[in-house]
Design a protein. Structure first.
Length: 257
């Protein structure tokens, strides 16, 4: 089963390009859910959600809607003395799990996270802290791309996040690999000029995909679908709603006969 949506939905710059002018922010998710049945929650990277917040998200979405959720930064970037954060994070997921709207946790690590013994040991720790929750790992360094690492992920029931991004030295290439029952793909855009050099974070994700660029991924995603129980595909080129168009393009490519 393929779920297609966007990385986040709560962006002020989507008013006009996607949300009608005057739409209250509290109604954005309900409007979004008319078009898509999955979203990736990114606010959880900056603050651990409360169960109250999660209950509200559940209430605003249809029964078949699904959320994936990004791990808090203390779980991926500040990796010391963080057991309490893990406990709070796991507890916050209860409303999603009880409503059968939880997809998986996305743990996005920084470029500085390396495939050495320390890095592998931390992944084992993360797996232990998250119990039997489905977890997908997004690496940034190309050094992680080797068969031994994929075997390690499979042994620890950790999914691999496939990415489409600029073809720059040291970054993860556009490969399609599934290492757990969850397959995951994120489209970051290919704005190579602004990837490392930008004043505002959104500049990195200011990119409009062509149909031809997305067509490269169609056979890859279908192969992932054959190997996984669930396949999540998210557009993260979010500036001014470009992700919405990318997700719609992908939906047409992946569901057309």
């Amino acid at each position: 089963m393929i779920y297609i949506g966007t990385s986040g939905y709560s962006y002020k710059d989507w008013v006009g390009p996607f949300y009608p002018e005057g739409t209250p922010k509290k109604e954005w998710l309900e409007f979004y859910a008319r078009d898509f049945r999955v979203t990736e929650l990114n606010f959880s990277y900056y603050r651990v959600p409360t169960t109250f917040t999660m209950e509200r998200l559940v209430a605003k979405t249809p029964e078949d809607f699904v959320f994936t959720i990004k791990a808090h930064q203390d779980m991926t970037h500040n990796r010391e003395g963080n057991e309490e954060v893990f406990s709070e994070f796991v507890f916050s997921l209860k409303p999603l799990i009880q409503a059968n709207k939880f997809g998986c946790v996305l743990a996005q690590f920084p470029y500085s996270f390396r495939p050495d013994e320390e890095g592998l040991e931390y992944l084992r720790f993360l797996r232990e802290q998250l119990g039997d929750l489905p977890v997908v790992i997004e690496f940034r360094r190309r050094d992680w791309i080797r068969d031994g690492i994929f075997d390690f992920l499979r042994e620890n029931d950790l999914g691999f996040c496939c990415v489409d991004q600029p073809r720059l030295k040291g970054l993860i290439p556009p490969i399609a690999v599934a290492t757990s029952s969850i397959a995951y793909v994120r489209f970051h855009g290919r704005n190579a000029k602004k990837w490392w050099q930008h004043k505002e974070a959104w500049e990195r994700y200011d990119y409009t995909y062509t149909d031809e660029e997305l067509e490269e991924w169609a056979p890859k995603i279908h192969k992932l679908e054959e190997k996984a129980d669930k396949t999540f595909v998210f557009a993260n080129n979010h500036w001014e709603g470009q992700a919405v168009q990318t997700a719609r393009q992908l939906r047409m490519l992946l569901t057309s006969p």
